[in-house]
Design a protein around this ligand. Structure first.
Ligand code: MN
Length: 272
């Protein structure tokens, strides 16, 4: 098998070198690809804001042609959605705290920043026991004491297993007093930005903030602090339970929407 791969690569452009090793590792299965993305579907829920605010549109699709009179040999759809529909990326400009961050929109971010390793903190048991579980800096310090310190320039993913609720009302978990879902407080976000230099914060819920985070100080601390410091968010991810605590390489490249605040995207993880 190794010989075969070697021969195959000789005619290509990626023989040898780091990228050649990566290619060979993908072909051999030594590195596997884990998809952290939900399908874009009209049924997938979007975040619900209080009724006085504008609302996030779900994914919509209309078929232009499908091997029929409107296009006998081709299939394609017109699609529309909010920039924050489905599995998606939040750019710094999404939040007022990040509006003056240089290169804070999806089209302007240095694309090298779209590839970074992740640390995956498993708080699924806490989230199962309490839908309003709030991640604090002390929780992260305790996690690090057991698992190791979060290195700089890493995504920090908050595993809650919330993605397993998708397709049921308990995913949004909307009640009369708003949504109930886990998220961080300001201490956790300040710690990850200033003590750990995180690339961003990634979650399984529809927002990086807890369901009740509009009542926090500051309100919506993941948005306010991450984006105010030029960092990113990832939401509506799945399969975080397939990732190791350390070592997964994340590829998260938002669409290059001109002056866009975020975008749906395919998030993949490379895992040894
Ligand atoms: Mn968003």
């Amino acid at each position: 098998m190794e010989q075969e791969l070697h021969n195959t690569s000789q005619g290509g452009t990626s023989q040898g070198g780091l990228l050649g090793q990566l290619h060979a590792s993908l072909l051999s299965g030594a590195i596997k690809v884990v998809d952290l993305t939900f399908p874009l579907s009209p049924d997938f829920p979007v975040i619900v804001l209080p009724p006085e605010f504008g609302q996030c549109a779900p994914f919509r699709r209309e078929t232009v042609s499908r091997y029929d009179a409107d296009g006998p040999a081709w299939y394609w759809n017109n699609i529309s959605m909010n920039e924050h529909t489905g599995t998606h990326f939040d750019a710094p400009a999404h939040w007022i705290t990040g509006r003056d961050i240089p290169c804070g929109t999806v089209d302007a971010i240095d694309p090298a920043r779209f590839l970074a390793p992740a640390v995956v903190m498993d708080f699924s048991a806490e989230a199962a026991a309490n839908a309003d579980f709030i991640l604090t800096a002390d929780h992260i310090r305790d996690w690090e004491a057991k698992n190791g310190q979060i290195p700089p320039k890493h995504w920090v993913f908050f595993r809650t297993d919330w993605s397993k609720r998708a397709g049921t009302p308990s995913y949004l978990n909307l009640h009369e007093d708003g949504t109930h879902s886990p998220g961080p407080d300001a201490s956790a976000m300040e710690f990850l930005v200033h003590e750990r230099d995180a690339v961003g914060f990634g979650v399984e819920t529809v927002g990086t903030d807890a369901g009740q985070a509009s009542h926090f100080d500051p309100p919506l601390p993941a948005h306010a602090i991450m984006h105010g410091n030029g960092r990113f968010g990832l939401q509506c991810m799945c399969n975080l339970d397939q990732l190791p605590a350390f070592g997964a390489m994340i590829v998260a490249t938002p669409l290059k929407i001109e002056a866009g605040s975020g975008s749906p995207l395919r998030v993949i993880a490379l895992v040894e």
